[in-house]
Design a binder for this molecule. Structure first.
Ligand code: KIV
Length: 278
């Protein structure tokens, strides 16, 4: 059944959230889907109304909204209120929370403890963590506990220092490692896997190898879904990566509006009679 705004997705829910089964169905039907990051209730509501099936409360909050240079300093205590706000602001999008650096690497128990915090304190529908073979044990522990897990391989921004920068991963001989990571994650039961900054040909190969959906970011056109950081897509960030188009120049629009209002205040044009009480 088509949704009320005529979504292209089959069975787009009218009165429930998108589930991991919907994503699996869309993969089997060859229907591509969009996903966006969200960090607050206001934008989550806009994206939810626009029928974006998956909202990721990314640790990209760190470098996009919390003022850090990368995602490494982000903590669970910072992420939980953001995730809770995105859940509160949405009714139909699936909400996935990103496990920040340091919240899962050390042990299965630590990963479980923090993933359970996201589920209980924020009410998210699942979590994402970075890494392939190296986090297989944590993924297994979470999946066994009934927590939907999304993988993230290729460029994993939490490892930016080890990777020597935000570089394309999986070129040439390095392709096999990305394939092995994808297969290991699928084997441990992730419901989808993000492929970040890998060659389009490699992402296409992984997408056809896997039975679970792939979600690309800088990974070409053949992934089952595409995800972007919303402040890149809508032009709020001063600089955005090559793979992120600007569908809006929000930064300039906001600057122009705020400057105009500042001038209206200075010149006495604001507030007008219509903004005053008598
Ligand atoms: O943190 C994030 O926003 C992400 C996506 C870009 C995949 O991990």
């Amino acid at each position: 059944m088509a949704s009320r705004t005529g979504s292209l997705m089959s069975n787009y829910p009218t009165n429930r959230r998108v589930t991991i089964h919907d994503l699996a169905t869309w993969k089997s039907e060859g229907k591509k889907f969009a996903a966006l990051t969200a960090y607050d209730a206001l934008t989550a509501k806009i994206f939810d109304e626009a029928e974006i099936p998956l909202l990721l409360v990314g640790d990209s909050a760190g470098n996009n909204f919390l003022g850090s240079i990368d995602t490494i300093p982000v903590t669970m205590d910072e992420m939980i209120p953001l995730a809770r706000a995105v859940v509160r602001g949405s009714t139909r999008s699936m909400v996935i929370a990103d496990m920040p650096f340091g919240s899962y690497e050390r042990s299965d128990d630590l990963a479980l403890e923090n993933a359970i915090r996201f589920m209980k304190e924020a009410g998210v529908n699942g979590i994402k963590l970075e890494g392939g073979v190296r986090v297989a044990s944590q993924v297994r522990a979470l999946v066994t506990a009934g927590i939907p897990v999304m993988g993230h391989i290729g460029l994993t921004p939490q490892s930016v220092n080890a990777l020597g920068g935000y570089r394309v991963q999986g070129r040439g001989d390095a392709a096999q490692k990305v394939i092995d990571d994808a297969l290991a994650l699928q084997n441990e039961g992730v419901f989808a896997v993000v492929l970040e900054m890998v060659p389009a040909e490699l992402a296409a190969e992984i997408t056809s190898l896997l039975t679970i959906p792939t979600i690309g970011i800088g990974a070409g056109a053949k992934c089952d879904g595409q995800i972007l950081v919303w402040s890149d897509l809508l032009g709020l960030n001063a600089k955005s990566p090559k793979f992120a188009p600007k569908y809006l120049d929000l930064r300039s629009e906001m600057n122009a509006a705020v400057t105009k209002w500042r001038d209206d205040v200075s010149s006495g044009r604001f507030p007008g009679a219509e903004h005053s009480f008598h």
